[in-house]
Design a binder for this molecule. Structure first.
Ligand SMILES: [Zn+2]
Length: 337
């Protein structure tokens, strides 16, 4: 694949995508830009994967547009998004640009297996977190030189996410990273006290969760290393290999009293078993709180570790899972084996 990139071989078009670690940009195999060194490359089968790993699309080879099929109606809006990664576009704003929101949704779904809104979300998050992951030197120097670089990062973060940095004096740090799993990459966050976030990178709630954590813990997000990530990575690996039934990690789970109770009740569901929302409400001695239990499950910030996937409908069917039903099914199947 690297040789194809060096040769700018367009016959590999559509077969793979190359991510360039040093720039955080992903390209088609035939990109006219100078080929990266092999040690700086990472290969993906689709643009969606590259996005999930924090890469941004190359402006030269435009890997989101199919070769030989330039959709002229889409070009203008893509150019706008690419020049302003923090952009949010509601349906009516898409319409104002002369594009039918349903059409753009279909195009993204067909060509990239993701919705346009999911694409915009990953652009925003990648702008805030992605670039720094791929140039770890910047992160380290941000740590080393302290506050100045930190506030620089915060400005970029604010621009990308629209979140206002906290004004109060005391700042905590939430370190953030991506961890690979058989179900796709996960965003992980941790403070010095423990893990506070584990969520699939394509989950719609992610931005909201980040915002909530930021406020609750009065914290800034910094991509980088954290003492708890190694244990998390190792235990997740064991879990996915069927070698671990329980996680042994310090957790930081700020929430309302009800959420705390609901999350604790989730951790009591044994590995390999499921419970209904009703049973969970019973377990909390609050049998009428069915809906609230469902809501608290949805608000869970620690996918897999706090096993909200073990809650199913009363008839045993799989219902609502933030990370997608196919992931819920995979996790339950894994635990039943
Ligand atoms: Zn390129």
């Amino acid at each position: 694949m690297h040789q194809a990139v060096v040769n700018k071989d367009t016959s590999f078009e559509g077969i793979f995508i190359v991510g360039v670690k040093t720039t955080g940009i992903f390209c088609r195999p035939g990109c006219p830009a100078r080929a990266p060194k092999i040690e700086n490359t990472e290969f993906f089968s689709t643009a969606k994967e590259a996005l999930q790993f924090g890469y941004r699309p190359c402006k030269m080879c435009r890997p989101l547009e199919h070769a030989g099929e330039p959709p002229s109606w889409l070009r203008e809006i893509l150019t706008e998004v690419n020049s302003n990664p923090s952009l949010r576009l509601k349906d009516y704003e898409i319409r104002q640009r002369g594009v039918d929101p349903a059409r753009i949704r279909r195009w993204f779904k067909k060509n990239h297996d993701m919705t346009f809104q999911a694409y915009l979300r990953s652009r925003r998050l990648n702008e805030a977190f992605g670039r720094i992951r791929h140039t770890s030197k910047v992160t380290e120097s941000a740590f080393d030189s302290g506050y100045d670089s930190l506030s620089g990062f915060n400005d970029a973060f604010k621009k990308a996410t629209g979140f206002v940095p906290s004004q109060s004096g005391q700042r905590n740090i939430i370190t953030i990273t991506r961890i690979l799993s058989p179900l796709g990459p996960l965003f992980a966050g941790a403070t010095s006290k423990g893990i506070c976030l584990l969520e699939f990178t394509d989950r719609r709630m992610l931005e909201t969760q980040i915002k909530i954590l930021r406020q609750r813990l009065n914290a800034e997000f910094i991509p980088g290393k954290n003492e708890h990530f190694d244990a998390l990575d190792q235990q997740l690996g064991e879990y996915f290999r069927g070698q671990r039934r329980q996680f042994d990690l310090p957790l930081v789970i700020p929430g309302t009293e009800f959420q705390q109770l609901a999350w604790r009740a989730l951790t009591k569901i044994p590995y390999g078993e499921t419970r209904s929302y009703g049973q969970q409400a019973q377990a909390m001695e609050n049998p009428k709180a069915l809906r609230a239990v469902g809501k608290a499950n949805g608000d869970n910030r620690l996918a897999i570790i706090i096993p909200c996937h073990r809650v199913v409908a009363a008839d045993g069917s799989l219902t609502g899972y933030g990370g997608g039903l196919w992931r819920k099914k995979y996790l339950l199947d894994l635990e039943k084996r």
